[in-house]
Design a binder for this molecule. Structure first.
Ligand code: FES
Ligand code: FES
Length: 158
């Protein structure tokens, strides 16, 4: 049986009717129209569906929507402010961190959580923390360069 829940996404509150077994990923994409969050494997193996919950990175394909009630959810659509891309987004554009772009929202959301916790990571640390996000196109060098490039831009701003 469906139930009414309220989800706080990118600062807005959405009232939605969901099934108890519906994932947060399905609700974001299919009910809220926030299709920036991608469905890759739908099995917890690729990272394409990563969003932030209370600032930490979560795989939305592995989370039930009902379990996200009461959390502050941020998706890729919520990163830009006042029409300005987030420094991570700018860095990916400028340093070529994406090709087809399918993995990019998930990578950027994971990177946001990583940099919030460790603003100046070493490349080794970054590689370890980004290991759950797969990309079929880039070979990862430009992804890592883009994240490292963003650290300089970000300074205190996050
Ligand atoms: S779609 Fe969630 S980890 Fe791949
Ligand atoms: S840019 Fe194509 S999968 Fe990563």
């Amino acid at each position: 049986m469906k139930q009414a829940i309220a989800l706080e996404v990118n600062g807005d509150t959405y009232e939605v009717l969901v099934s108890p077994n519906q994932t947060l990923l399905e609700v974001l994409r299919e009910k809220l129209g926030l299709t920036g969050t991608k469905k890759g494997c739908d099995l917890g193996a690729c990272g394409a569906c990563t969003v932030l919950l209370d600032g930490a990175a979560y795989l939305s394909c592995l989370m039930l929507a009902v379990d996200a009630v009461g959390k502050k959810i941020v998706t890729i659509e919520g990163l830009s402010q006042g029409g300005e891309l987030h420094p991570l987004q700018k860095s990916f554009v400028e340093l070529g961190g994406l090709q087809c772009g399918f993995c990019t929202p998930g990578i950027i959301m994971t990177a946001k959580a990583v940099l919030d916790e460790e603003p100046q990571p070493t490349e080794e640390s970054l590689k370890k923390k980004m290991a759950g996000n797969l990309c079929r196109c880039t070979g990862y060098k430009k992804v890592l360069d883009s994240i490292m490039g963003a650290t300089a831009r970000m300074g205190g701003e996050r």
